[in-house]
Unconditional design. Sequence first.
Length: 317
Amino acid sequence: MKWATLKLLILQITWKPVAVLQIFTREFPNISCIVLQRISQYHNYTPILMHTNGESTTYNTRNDSETCLWHPSEVITGCHATRNDYACLVLNRNLHVPAQTVKEIWQKAQIRCLVDGGANHWRNFLSKHCQNEIMKHPEYITGDFDSITEETRNHFSAPETKYQHTPLQDETDFTKAIRFLLPELGKRNIHKVIVLQENSGRLDQIMANINTLFKLQSERLNIYLLNSSCLSWLLLPGRHKIKIPRELIDCGQWCALMPIGSRANMVTTTGLKWNLVRAPLEFGYMVSTSNTYASDEVYVETESRLLWSMGLEKNAE
């Protein structure tokens, strides 16, 4: 950005800063940078600096020695499995991820686990997509077993498969499955878990799955939530570099940064169409949703945990 020719607009607003930003950038496309001053109910001014049209910030987020690198294409395409350094979980929802991707992720995982009713859906997937293929047995089937059917139990009765009953009701079967697997993950030096699941219109289950990320993701364990429409994971405090697959850029896919549970005070990004510069994110204030890409590398620096989610459907435009 050439600061000598920078056109700057300052707006003082009382509500919906992103909506105001979108209106002004549409009406005044030559404006390179907008500073929104949001007036809170207590009449304090909070500056929000956002660059439009993919303009990069001057804030340095490129110290790669301290940056966590993410390659979502490895999960999306299943090629992540070439290193088989991860575990695969199937939750209690129909599988709509492309069948070939599901099979590659499953076959090349070090640990395969079905979570309660997920065993029913995995059996249905096998009968529909894998009739002429030899698929590996699940190592574990876990849960309180209120969803798995007797027919499914009989189907997965090989000695390679161990059933682990997790009856306590203070956590979801998903959370309990990860907790159960933690010792085995540590023993095998596994630091990634790919979770096959679908949103299926259940907001409570969506939030419960996100809660599991906040409970159990750490510097030593990354948990990816993969479904047919998006891939999501948690960004811990620090610097992150996300390599964006070219096909997602070409079709104008969406992405989002969401501060679940608490305010994120200082968030800086580059590589997005709508970048943030030391901006606060908070529900009831501003969240970065319906964003998209201006580069094949996105940098995020945050002092708080953020949920990163990226759309996968090819017909985004």
